[in-house]
Design a protein around this ligand. Structure first.
Ligand SMILES: [Zn+2]
Length: 110
């Protein structure tokens, strides 16, 4: 995993927030799926909210989850880009070594 600073901070904050949640203990809990024993019948976490706010809350949760997934993806791409940059630098070093060898042996006729 790449060490992109803001992504790391976001992930740690999200993890702390996630761990502070308890959810309602239902299998389909929108906040946090229970481990082990659970009830059936649907998430009760937002039952006290009016229907439109409940829908908005679901969108917020989906947005946060998708954001976390996108960050994971960005991190993976970031790590791949860093790897490619490192490989390119290694290749440049090898090319320079080769050029030195060619010059030393005066075989630069091509
Ligand atoms: Zn719930």
């Amino acid at each position: 995993m790449a060490d992109t600073c803001w992504a790391k901070e976001y992930r740690e904050a999200a993890k702390a927030l996630w761990e502070s949640l308890e959810g309602c203990g239902d299998h389909s809990c929108l906040l946090k799926r229970p481990k082990g024993m659970a009830t059936n019948g649907g998430c009760r976490c937002f039952d006290s909210l009016p229907a439109d706010e409940r829908r908005a809350m679901r969108r917020v949760l989906r947005f946060a989850r998708d954001g976390a997934s996108a960050l994971d993806l960005l991190d993976a791409k970031d790590a791949e880009i860093k790897r490619l940059i490192r490989l390119t630098e290694e290749m440049e070093d090898h090319i320079m070594e080769l050029e030195v060898l060619l010059d030393e042996n005066d075989i630069r006729s091509w």
